[in-house]
Design a protein around this ligand. Structure first.
Ligand code: DX5
Ligand code: ZN
Length: 214
């Protein structure tokens, strides 16, 4: 399993320490949650923080934009050193164009859907995607409870990707722990995002290992 710990749950007073832990870990990416207080009812961090993280972190950056009008920020996300730029389907009027802009900027393109957004809305975009991110909580906060219907959506998405010949990987975000992670692995998820389960653990390296070995 590919694991992308979510920095949102890290200790922002000691980020360098937590990033060193990530560098030493078996996590294959680092997940960065950008929130604007409009698309979601919370504000997190922005580009100056991501730039700093990029200097200290040896893992590829998986940037999840929970913001309106993400198309305005493609170049800034690229300039922060992101490998993957995730935009919400619900935030894009011209999703196909945004995905092209992300690719033209040299990044991998991910599209994220909220728990109440059906997988079938991805039908005409999956062939262009490198990643689909299914939210397994309503976005905006770490530490929420996993929504079990996500497991059905993973099965449905897997079928859709097969039908369309898409190579996109399936990433899941919200309420992931050893139990829900194991259910997701069986359902066919490729990447697990985990915030609280990793950063609030007594032994974060062990928590990452547990998810990697699912
Ligand atoms: C939620 C964020 C998540 C969050 C996950 O809006 O997109 O990435 O950090 O946190 P946990 O794993 O604690 O649910
Ligand atoms: Zn996220």
């Amino acid at each position: 399993m590919i694991v992308s710990p979510s920095l949102l749950s890290a200790d922002f007073g000691n980020l360098a320490h937590d990033l060193e832990m990530i560098n030493q870990s078996k996590a294959q990416m680092l997940h960065l949650d950008v929130m604007d207080g409009v698309f979601v009812p919370n504000i997190s961090f922005g580009f100056p923080v991501i730039k700093y993280v990029q200097q200290l972190c040896t893992k590829p950056l998986d940037v999840h934009l929970m913001i309106v009008e993400p198309q305005k920020f493609v170049n800034q996300v690229r300039d922060c050193g992101a490998e993957i730029m995730n935009v919400h389907l619900e935030a894009c009027n011209h999703l196909d164009r945004v995905v092209q802009q992300i690719h033209d900027a040299g990044m991998k393109a991910g599209v994220t859907i909220n728990p109440a957004t059906p997988v079938c809305l991805l039908r005409d975009i999956v062939q262009q995607l490198d990643l689909v991110l299914l939210m397994s909580v309503n976005p905006g906060f770490g530490g929420q409870k996993f929504i079990p219907n996500t497991l059905n959506k993973v099965h449905e998405l897997k079928e859709l990707l097969k039908e369309k010949g898409s190579k996109a990987v399936i990433e899941i975000d919200g309420g992931v722990n050893d139990v829900t992670g194991s259910q997701l692995a069986k359902a066919g998820a490729d990447v697990l995002v985990a915030g609280n389960y990793v950063f609030k653990a007594d032994d974060p390296l062990k928590a990452i290992d547990t998810l990697v070995n699912l």
